[in-house]
Design a protein around this ligand. Sequence first.
Ligand code: SAH
Length: 678
Amino acid sequence: MKTFCGRANPTTGSMEWLEEGEDYDYHQEIARSRYADMLHDKDRNVKYYQGIRAAVSRVKERGEKAIVLDIGTGTGLLSMMAASAGADFCYAIEVFKPMANAAVKIVEKNGFSDKIKVINKHSTEVIVGPDGDMQCRANILVTELFDTELIGEGALPTYEHAHKYLVQEGCEAVPHRATVYVQLVESRRMWSWKKLFPVHVEAEDGEKILLPPSEMENCPGVPSVCDIQLNQMPSSDFSTLSDVVKMFSVDFSKPVQSASTYYRVQLEPVKSGKAQIVLSWWDIDMDPSGMINCSMAPYWVKPTSALQWRDHWMQCVYFLPREEPVLQAEKLYLTACRDEYSVWYNLQKASPVCRCCAHVLWNRPRFGELNDQNRTRQYIKSLRKVLKPDSVCLCISDGSLLPVLAHYLGAKQVQCMQPSRIDLYHPHELWQAFFKANNLEDKIKIIEARPELLKPSHLEDKKISVLVGEPFFTTSLLPWHNLYFWYARTAVSAHLASNVTVLPQSASLHMMVVEFQDLWRIRSPCGTCEGFDVRTMDDMIKDSLNFRESKEAEPHPLWEYPCKSLSEPQEVLTFDFTKTVPQHCLSTEGSVKLLRKGKSHGAVLWMEYHLAADISVSTGLMQLSNEKGNCEWNPHCKQAVYFFSSVIESEILSDPTAVTYAINFDTKTGEIAMDFKL
Ligand code: SAH
C-alpha cells in the first residue's frame, strides 16, 4: 500500500507531498531505535544473563518447569539467554512487527526455534489458554521495558496486566526490582534550561535589565522529562544540597499498580542553598537479594566503579516548580508524583523556619501592632513634636520601627539598641536587610550593647537629645514589664543631654474591676462533673493557687475574652521617665466603686504611655461603652488579670459597694504586688 504524506520541507519551508511505502515509519523507527545501543551495553547484558540464570535455577530447584515470558523481546536476546540457561519454554512478545520478524529469524539462526515462540502482539493482547498465544501462565517474567525515566515506555501498565493475566502468582522476575534515586541540587547551568534570567543591556543611557514576565517566572514548565548524560556535567556546574536518597522502588515479582500515586521522602540538606533541580536515576536488581545490580548512578555516586557508557538509559533532570531556599539540616519533604508514564517533583518544608529573623523577633501580635497604622500615626505625631534637625536620637525597644521613623522625620543621628542574638538569630541581619530594602544603609546605627554597657563611642561621642521607646521588649509578659525602658533610661543617664526629651515622657498603670463572660471558668471550682464528685481536684487547685498564683496577676489578651466593666477605669500608679527610677517603692492604696450590677471576677490592669503632652497610647482599654460596660481592648497586647479569690455579686445600690486595693511597685525587683479586698 502506498500513502501520501505531507510535510513541510525544513529547509525551504514549502509543503511537500511524498509518496511513502507502508514501511516508511518502520524504517524510520528502526533507524532511530536504540536496539544497537542496548546490545552494546555490556554491563546490562551481563547482568540480565546472570539474573536470568539465577531465576531459572531457583525455579528448577523448586522442581518446576521454567516457563518464561519475555515482554518486548526485540532481537529475542533475553529469551535466548533464558533458553541457554535451561528454561523449558519461552514466550517472546514483541509488538513491533519488523522487530518481531527479525526475532523469529535470529531465534532460528541461533537454534532456539523449538524453545522460543515469538508472538507479534502487544502484551496486553496476548491470550493464555489451549487455543491462545500461551499454553499456560509463565513462572519467570523477563522484561526490559525501561527508559531513562524508568516508566516512560509504559513498563507499569505492562507489568500490571502481565501479573493479572500472563504470569503465575509468586513468579520470578528479572529484573526483580527497580529503585529510583534522587539528589537535590543547585545549578545555575541546569536552572538556566528552565528559566529566562534577567538580560543585562549596556544601553546608551545606562544599564537596562530585561526581565521575564511574572507569568513565566511562576510557570512550572512542561512535564516532559529532561534526560541527559549527567556524567558530562562537571561537578563545578552544580552543587549537591542533599545526599542521594531512595525515592521509590517497584517490585516486579509482585502485582504492580500503574495508577497515579506519589512518594515522599524526608531530606536533610547537607548545605544551605537554592533548591532548583532534582537529579534522578535508577538501578535494577536482577535478583531478589540485590547481588546483581545494574546502576545508572552518575560518576560522583560510586567514584570507584567503572562506568558503562550507554545512551538508551541516561539520567533525569527534574526542575522544581520554583526555586526554594533551603538551610543546612532544616528538614524538607520531597514528593515524587507519578502517573502511568511520567514523574514530577515537589519540595515542601517539613515545617516553616524563619529565615528573616523578624518572626523570631516579632511574635504575631507584635506584627499586628507594627502594622497598626493608627498606632504608628500617634508615634509619628509625637516624634514630629520633639525631633529637631540636630537631634541625636537613641531608641530603646526591641525590634522597633521608631528609629526608621525618627530618621524619616529628620533626626540628624539615629541609633537603636538591639539584642545581639536571639537563639541562633542575629537581629542586626534583619535590620541590615530592612535598611537595604529601603535604601537606609548607614543611616541608622545598631548598637548591640546592653544599656549599662553603652559607651560614648557608640554614640560618636555625642549626647542623646531624644531618647525614644515604644516601649516594647520581647521579654515582657505582664504589661508593666515594659517598664524596663525606665531602667534602661536610668542606665544610660550619663549619655543624655541635659535638655533631653524622653518619649514617652511617662507611663501610667490603670485598673478596672470586671465581670468576665467566660474567663472566670478557668478559676472556678467544678464540684461535680457529669454527676461525679471532683472536689478533691478543686481542693488541690485551690491549695496551689493559694500557695502562689492567686496572689499574682496573669497575662490574657482580653479582646479574646469578653468582659464588662463594673467600675470606672482608674489610674493607680505613674512612672516618670524624665527622671531616673527612684530608690524607694511606689505604692498606692484606694478603693473603686462598683457601678454596675454583676459578678466581680477580678481586676484588669494595663499600661498607658504618654508620648507627648496630649498623645497617649493604651495597651489595654481602648474604649468603654458606658451603658452596658462593654469594653474594647487593645487587640495587640495582653493585659494583666488579677482574679479575686471570692466573687462578689453587686446590685446597683444608692451607696455602691467598693473594692479596696493596695498596689506596690518595688523599684528594686521591678515587681508589682497587689491586694484587693471586697
Ligand atoms: N528485550 C530486548 C529489547 C528491549 S527494547 C533487549 O533486552 O535487548 C523493548 C522492546 O519492547 C521494544 O522492541 C518494544 O517494541 C517492545 N515492547 C514494549 N512494550 C511492549 C509490550 N507491552 N508488548 C510487546 N512489546 C513491547
